[in-house]
Design a protein around this ligand. Structure first.
Ligand code: G16
Length: 542
């Protein structure tokens, strides 16, 4: 029976950079998840009997909300739900299924790289029919709907057992439980030269993939150990756990320190990689070198044609504004269009749909292509492996030859986490107030050439997004960018992005901290970070 349940609106269901993310206890409030799901169903466009894809990264509370989502989908006119076995789907695999099944959209349950567990984070994201995150117009409409919601609809029938593959019914809706890996693995085989990579591995190339006890464990095992024939044990932390084993499933220098240490050892593997909670981020480490995400985007864009799926070349490149300008230099040299978008994968969707770009990426460890409409961690790992196999060079050699061809863009992101929200707003507000007088000001050897608050007009649908981050540009191409994260769940996180271009290859062999020293000091002077936040050091540098 379909029930209509009376509810009261919550005032804090505004989606951030990527869906609604809150602490688990917050999500556990009565009606909280139901209200947000009903708000999505009320604004999401679909025909009667449409298909909905549902999956999540397996974190704590995933099972409960999947059951609720299925029972609500049955009460909201969907004809079929396609759900990953045990409720598991990586974010890129969900994107692929939405596209392949011509679904009206998908619900992805994840808080990405944020920690999980009873006091950890949880999230709900809605993806549209192209497989990508809902654009701002839809997330805003969802928020407005959530503020006025008075009731939601749900079936009182229990959702089916999600451990069994196959079809069952709930009300008039089919629930189809699918293997979470199969379609995704099939797609990867259309893009990359699996034989060539497998031959490289059989020839003694050693690799390690850290799934961080998150969703990519089964994907990594099936693809890297299964299809590519890497020895058992190549995928470490490969069993998805509800609390990620107590770890922080964020593939960066802090949380993937063990993997990085192995790659810095002469006797260690040749190639290391990691992915995050929901499988859309990636970390690439070569022997003796950690590849910065912005460099990875530029290098993959410059080499993608070496993989069969991109042999015809790429149409263009898109990067989020805070991502370094390394990719711009590839685009300029290769005569390709380059698009600079606000932070958030949702801004790439229209460009990909219109065929304007093939490769997209972000400084936040995300790279992807037009094969789905999400960033894709394993895809990046496989493209890197394909490039390494094709070039027959080490990761380090490939990175260094890229720098000598295009110049090196030194880059760091400094995160100040859980700072006071008012202090954070004050810092950004003060920067905005000073923008008009900034041009021409000198800080040591640095002269400000331009300063603005980034806004973006989508070239396809004309929508405008303002207030996307304060940019201070210096003559010579250096930059400092300040913005507040849209994915945190406690206080505010200030992100400061710092970059400097160095064309001279005799000066490439310097640590970023050293190459960026003057800009790092200047970031504090201009941003008044210590004074306003009381913090003398960032919590994380990536
Ligand atoms: C999400 C978005 C990304 C964004 C990242 C960081 O990634 O999909 O586009 O770059 O958050 O956003 P912020 O700087 O606002 O915290 P994920 O992997 O968390 O879904």
């Amino acid at each position: 029976m379909i029930l209509t349940v009376a509810t009261s609106p919550f005032d804090d269901q505004k989606p951030g950079t990527s869906g609604l993310r809150k602490k688990v206890p917050h999500f556990k409030q009565p009606h909280y998840a139901e209200n947000f799901l009903q708000s999505i169903f009320d604004v999401a466009e679909r025909d009667a009997g449409a298909t909905l894809v549902i999956g999540g990264d397996g974190r704590f509370f995933n099972r409960e909300v999947i059951q609720i989502a299925i029972r609500m989908a049955a009460a909201n006119g969907f004809g079929r739900v396609v759900v990953g076995q045990d409720g598991i789907l990586s974010t890129p695999a969900a994107s692929n299924l939405i596209r392949k099944r011509k679904a009206a959209g998908g619900i992805v349950l994840s808080a990405s790289h944020n920690p999980g567990g009873p006091d950890g984070d949880f999230g709900i994201k809605y993806n549209i029919a192209n497989g990508g995150p809902a654009p701002e117009a839809i997330t805003e409409a969802t928020y407005q709907r959530s503020r006025a919601l008075a009731e939601y609809r749900i079936s009182d029938a229990p959702a089916p057992d999600l451990s069994i593959l196959g079809e069952t019914m709930i009300e008039a809706m089919v629930v189809e439980v699918v293997d979470p890996v199969a379609d995704y693995a099939e797609l990867m085989q259309t893009l990359f030269d699996f034989d060539k990579i497998a031959a490289m591995i059989a020839g003694g190339f050693r690799l390690e993939f850290d799934a961080m006890h998150a969703v990519t464990g089964p994907y990594g095992k099936a693809i890297i150990e299964g299809l590519l024939g890497a020895p058992a044990g190549t995928v470490v932390n490969g069993i998805p756990l509800e609390d990620f084993g107590g770890g922080h499933p964020d593939p960066n220098a802090v949380y993937a320190a063990d993997l990085i240490a192995k790659l810095m050892d002469e006797d260690g593997p040749d190639f290391g990689a990691a992915s995050d909670g929901d499988g859309d981020r990636n970390l690439i480490v070569g022997k003796g070198i950690v590849v910065s995400p912005s460099d990875s985007l530029a290098i993959l864009a410059a080499n993608a044609h070496l993989a069969p799926g991109y042999a015809k070349g790429i149409a263009g490149i898109a990067r989020s504004m805070p991502t370094s300008q390394a990719a711009d230099r590839v685009a300029a040299k290769r005569g390709l269009p380059l698009f600079e978008t606000p932070t958030g994968w949702k801004f790439f969707g229209n460009l990909l749909d219109a065929g304007k770009v093939t490769i997209c990426g972000e400084e936040s460890a995300g790279t992807g292509s037009d094969h789905v409409r999400e960033k894709d961690g394993l895809w990046a790992v496989l493209l890197w492996l394909n490039v390494v196999a094709e070039r027959g060079e080490s990761v380090k050699a490939i990175v260094e030859s890229h720098w000598s061809e295009f110049g090196r863009t030194f880059y760091q992101r400094h995160d100040y986490e859980e700072i006071d929200s008012k202090a954070a707003a004050g810092l950004i507000g003060s920067l905005r107030d000073r923008l008009a007088s900034m041009s021409g000001q000198r800080f040591g050897t640095l002269v400000v050439s331009e300063a603005d608050d980034f806004s973006y007009k989508d070239p396809i649908d004309g929508s405008i997004s303002t207030g996307q981050g304060v940019r201070i540009l210096f003559s010579g191409g250096s930059r400092i960018v300040y913005r507040l994260s849209g994915t945190g769940t406690k206080g505010a996180t200030l992100r400061v992005y710092i970059e400097r271009y160095e064309p001279d290859s005799t000066r490439h062999n310097v640590a970023p901290q050293e190459a960026l020293a003057e800009l790092i000091d200047t970031a504090d002077v201009i941003g008044e970070i210590k004074k306003r936040t009381g913090r003398s050091e960032p919590d994380v540098i990536t």
